[in-house]
Write a protein that binds this ligand. Sequence first.
Ligand SMILES: NC(=O)C1=CN([C@@H]2O[C@H](COP(=O)(O)OP(=O)(O)OC[C@H]3O[C@@H](n4cnc5c(N)ncnc54)[C@H](OP(=O)(O)O)[C@@H]3O)[C@@H](O)[C@H]2O)C=CC1
Ligand SMILES: O=C(O)C1=N[C@H](C(=O)O)C[C@H](O)C1
Length: 250
Amino acid sequence: MAALKVAVIGANGRMGQQAVAAIRQADDLELVAEVSRGDDLTNVVDAGAQIAVELTVPASTKENLRFLVGQGIHCVVGTTGWDEQSLGALREQAAARPGVGVLIAPNFSIGAVLAMHFAAQAARFFESAEVIELHHPNKVDAPSGTAVHTAEGIAAARSKAGLGASPDATQHGLDGARGAVVGDVHIHSVRLRGLVAHEEILFGSPGEQLVIRTDSFDRTSFMPGILTAVRSVQDHPGVTVGLDKYLDLR
Ligand SMILES: NC(=O)C1=CN([C@@H]2O[C@H](COP(=O)(O)OP(=O)(O)OC[C@H]3O[C@@H](n4cnc5c(N)ncnc54)[C@H](OP(=O)(O)O)[C@@H]3O)[C@@H](O)[C@H]2O)C=CC1
Ligand SMILES: O=C(O)C1=N[C@H](C(=O)O)C[C@H](O)C1
């Protein structure tokens, strides 16, 4: 079978460089274009790319996707910054290009994907839930896309189970002390030299605690997920959020 033709957008970045290397090493994939800031995205089309891996910055990703989906190119997106409004616009655009698949993946590491899945399963059993995400200090966004997705999954499960917000008697203190809030779930962001990408999901009930923790010590942890997504995206038309949807998790 012919190799799938793949382009990487954001090829000079921390993730982009590793994605380029991982795709080059895969026998069933052919890297046909590497796009960095300032390069023309039409290179991707001219090179005949079937799939684009988008690993840029929140300020660039939506515009890139608008172009790529408009050209009928399947997209695997790791960049953060997607909210309900921008996802809605993307879904609308994808609906006008039937057959085109787009994966928005808050996290490609299997550990993080499973942590989010387990957190959603655990959420209805506990009175309290909070998320701590810990990253390298060069990260430009906070909270992390993974933490937002984790909190959304927990909030949906809690709401379905009829649970309200976690108990919290805080009335006084410094702004920000209780973190950011997504769907009633508090998220705390740590930025620390030496870290890569880590998350702890805390659940509490009287007399007990459950901690789910995932650690990416190296960006190689994201590569198997990217390759799985590249190989699968054509089989999932429309916009999918979360690599878990490709993994047959129950
Ligand atoms: N889903 C996942 O598993 C993971 C997702 N991420 C996310 O992926 C994104 C990238 O992370 P990371 O590699 O660490 O970030 P980097 O800042 O190292 O890389 C981003 C790269 O994209 C480039 N860029 C910006 N705009 C464009 C554009 N329009 N066209 C082409 N290239 C562009 C930047 O260039 P310049 O330097 O000139 O700005 C930079 O080289 C972030 O949103 C991060 O949160 C990260 C790790 C895992
Ligand atoms: O910027 C990063 O490094 C990461 N970004 C993603 C996020 O915001 O969740 C994924 C991972 O946490 C690494």
